[in-house]
Write a protein that binds this ligand. Structure first.
Ligand code: SAH
Ligand code: SF4
Length: 351
């Protein structure tokens, strides 16, 4: 079969359960068969269609002819010196490449997945932003990243319960595929991952935040701020020119009210740039009275940006100011820096 015919096949991992039922119904098979297929793929963790028991031979044949359920091929796997972070370069059918990270913490594992090849947002300190936008990922390609990490964990008799959408790309710029992937991952009859263990991180796409609120999406939301005045934020995060802090914070409050959940705010600390007492106070005032938690991330180095991470003293002082406003904050542990798997360092290595 030629390459185009392969590309034209339906990716089974790109279907919600309902869509799978619809596909098979169109071929004349009852929902029972779709259920068998879904459970085989997600409950029993079949790695190929032939492993799934109880599929009718004629159905199996049609599935082979018209669909794929292939794992994303691993181009490169690297492990950090401390062994707690692993990064995978995964290939896509059109030969784009993305990166996925597995982070091991005490008692839990987290997959960090990409939602786009590259990113259109252009944040100055981010390696993905520096490479520009290549394309959106499909839901199946997002699910495929989680499956890769999950299978690896299973081989080690370990579980994977947490997924953060903090790899390459802006999830709310690829809203449909991101939400569809989340529906597939959290489906009760399949992987049944807990919605509260799924975290979407956004640069602050206002219509996307409002849409998540309106649709009652039950996931954790993290908003990347990095600046507490429009001027500071615009210098680091280009979309801040489109949506001012006023407009963004209105959307965040709307989300909080509708969902009843607190929001996480991310802040990459850059020495002499946004680690000042002035910015800390501005951030305190901005979030005061909100159900919020601030994640502070000392800048990770990237080729295209000359800034330096804030030193430990400044980080502490910054936290001190936030606590004056009763704002809880956590300093994100630096991880996987030696293999460029830290926040904002992901970039398809071969590019
Ligand atoms: N596009 C989404 C999710 C991916 S980036 C977003 O921007 O939120 C995940 C987090 O890493 C964001 O908070 C981002 O601002 C941060 N980040 C990007 N580059 C970084 C760097 N060089 N050092 C530290 N954090 C960085
Ligand atoms: Fe895109 Fe997020 Fe990087 Fe900004 S920080 S360029 S939104 S991936």
């Amino acid at each position: 079969m030629n390459e185009n015919a392969e590309l034209a096949k339906i990716d089974l991992y790109d279907l919600t359960r309902e869509e799978m039922v619809g596909l098979l119904a169109g071929w004349g098979y009852s929902a029972y068969h779709a259920k068998r297929l879904w459970q085989g793929l997600y409950r029993e963790g079949a790695r190929s269609l032939d492993e799934i028991e109880g599929l009718r031979p004629d159905l199996l044949e049609q599935l082979h002819r018209e669909t794929t359920a292939a794992a994303l091929p691993v181009g490169l796997a690297t492990k950090s010196g401390d062994g707690f972070t692993e990064k995978f370069l995964l290939g896509l059918p059109d030969s784009e490449e993305i990166e996925t990270v597995l982070m091991l913490f005490k008692g839990r594992a987290t997959a960090c997945v990409s939602t786009q090849a590259g990113c259109a947002m252009g944040c100055v300190f981010c390696a993905t932003g520096q490479m520009g936008f290549r394309r959106h990922l499909t839901a199946g390609e997002i699910v495929g990243q989680v499956l890769h990490v999950m299978r690896l964990q299973e081989e080690r008799d370990k579980a994977l319960r947490n997924v953060v959408f903090m790899g390459m790309g802006e999830p709310l710029h690829n809203y449909e595929a991101t939400m569809k992937a989340l529906e597939i991952l959290t489906d009760d009859h399949g992987l049944a991952m807990a919605p509260k263990h799924m975290t979407i991180s956004t640069v602050g796409i206002v219509p996307g935040i409002r849409r998540m609120a309106d649709e009652g999406r039950p996931y954790k939301l993290a908003v990347s701020l990095h600046g507490a005045t429009d001027e500071e934020r615009q210098a680091l995060v280009p979309p801040a020119k489109r949506w001012s802090l006023d407009v963004l914070m209105d959307a965040c409050r709307y989300y909080s009210e509708k969902s009843g959940r607190r929001i996480f705010f991310e802040w990459t600390l850059i020495a002499g740039e946004n680690d000042t007492a002035e910015q800390a106070h501005a951030l305190g005032r901005l979030l005061q009275g909100m159900e919020a938690h601030v994640n502070l991330i000392p800048l990770n180095p990237t080729h295209g940006y000359g800034g330096r991470p804030a030193d430990a003293e400044r980080v502490k002082a910054f936290q001190g100011v936030l606590s004056e406003y009763d704002l809880p904050s956590t300093v994100r542990q630096r991880r996987g820096i030696d293999i460029a798997a830290g926040c904002g360092q992901l970039r398809a290595t071969t590019l």
